[in-house]
Design a protein around this ligand. Structure first.
Ligand SMILES: [Fe+2]
Length: 221
């Protein structure tokens, strides 16, 4: 769905006040409705993950971060999580085809290298700023543990910006916060028992493989 289509959708869905603001931002309800429409397409033969993450990014970038529903969740996560010395995850929405999670980091907290098997992810930075490294699986030994990862991007994700991954591209990432940060993460399909069990954590060499600066040896932990 192109941006005008999102606007048209949000306007059509405007059964009650406040779904679409004059600045074009969409409220939490309209955001979920639009994501749901896109995420449902995963069941179609024509499902295209790249097209989906592009659309979901456009929707996420228009989410009104001052929506009262979201602000309540941000405040609650802060009240519950600050000082506990770990990254916090809280559920914002869970549906059959997707889920939305609030991920909260305090300054210098990070999530080390991990993958998202057969999933897509769209990460919206709502507060603060994080550093994000993305990798593709480049090669894998028969033992299934030793792998080569190719770093495909390394960028700062500032407030209002979006980072994406698909099952094939950028699927492995590391996320590190330089300051207090809250991310709104959309996963489609959502985590379930199998996808959680299939998820891998990686111990990644700090030095590039054979002197190459974008290839890294890694071990599935
Ligand atoms: Fe992740």
């Amino acid at each position: 769905m192109a941006l005008p289509a999102i606007t048209a959708f949000a306007t059509r869905a405007n059964a009650y006040e406040g779904r679409l603001k004059s600045d074009g931002s969409i409220n939490w309800d309209a955001f979920l409705s639009a994501i749901e429409i896109e995420a449902k397409k995963q069941h179609l033969d024509s499902w295209n993950e790249l097209a989906y993450v592009k659309q979901a990014s456009a929707i996420a970038a228009r989410l009104d971060l001052k929506d009262p529903n979201l602000e309540k969740a941000f405040t609650l996560a802060k009240a519950n999580g600050v000082g506990n010395k770990r990254v916090d995850f809280s559920k914002l929405e869970k549906q059959i085809d997707y889920h939305v999670t609030l991920v909260q980091f305090e300054k210098n907290e990070q999530i080390m290298h991990h993958d998202h098997p057969e999933m897509t992810g769209v990460l919206l930075c709502a507060t603060g700023e994080v550093e994000v490294w993305n990798y593709d699986l480049f090669a894998e030994k028969e033992n299934g543990k030793d792998v080569l990862l190719k770093q495909t991007s390394h960028a700062m994700l500032a407030k209002g910006k979006v980072s994406t991954l698909t099952s094939k591209e950028r699927n492995i990432h590391r996320v590190a916060a330089k300051e207090f940060t809250q991310l709104v993460d959309i996963f489609a399909p959502p985590y379930d028992k199998k996808r959680i069990a299939d998820s891998n954590w990686y111990h990644v060499d700090t030095e590039g493989y054979k002197g190459k600066d974008k290839l890294f040896e890694a071990v599935r932990r």
